[in-house]
Design a protein around this ligand. Structure first.
Ligand SMILES: [Zn+2]
Length: 167
């Protein structure tokens, strides 16, 4: 509906939060069947923790697109995410952002692709281009890496989704 009036692409999606790790694979599948084009899993952030094993289950699920705020992601989880084309989030949200440096460092070491998210709950949380770049710089990424996360990765992610045809 918004697309008829605004020059945006609205992508229906869901974030799976506080579900049993063992149920993630099936729920992600179900979400896609019900019309979600993008499935995000709320990862093991250190400030709002979910069941241990959530990160691992998310990076092994074929229908999960993004592992959000994964906290102390392990190298094994990062490698699986890279192999299964699951993007891992750098978060601009207070608390969730505390492990951004760790996540970015692991991404550079393992090749997992990063995606930046405002995790906006309210209007002031939305990102400006300057703040988006600053969050990524603060995660330890250089200019080329920042551009990749801001431009290339979201484009590649969206290109890989099966979007509903515009109405
Ligand atoms: Zn979340």
């Amino acid at each position: 509906m918004a697309e008829r009036h605004w020059d945006i692409v609205a992508i229906p999606g869901v974030e799976l939060t506080h579900v049993p790790a063992q149920a993630i694979r099936g729920l992600a599948r179900q979400a896609k069947e019900l019309g979600a084009c993008i499935v995000v899993v709320h990862g093991e952030t250190i400030t709002e923790p979910v069941e241990k094993g959530t990160n691992l289950a998310a990076v092994q699920s074929p229908d999960v697109d993004i592992l959000a705020h994964p906290g102390l992601l392990t190298a094994e989880e990062a490698k699986l995410a890279a192999a299964n084309r699951v993007y891992v989030e750098i978060s601009a949200r207070k608390g969730h952002c505390l492990t951004n440096g760790h996540v970015a460092q692991l991404a550079l070491a393992t090749g997992v692709k990063l995606i930046l998210n405002s995790d906006a709950h309210d209007i002031p949380d939305l990102l400006t281009p300057g703040f988006a770049a600053a969050v990524l710089n603060g995660s330890g990424l250089n200019e080329a890496e920042v551009q990749q996360v801001l431009s290339t990765n979201p484009q590649t992610l969206v290109n890989g989704l099966s979007l509903p045809s515009p109405r």
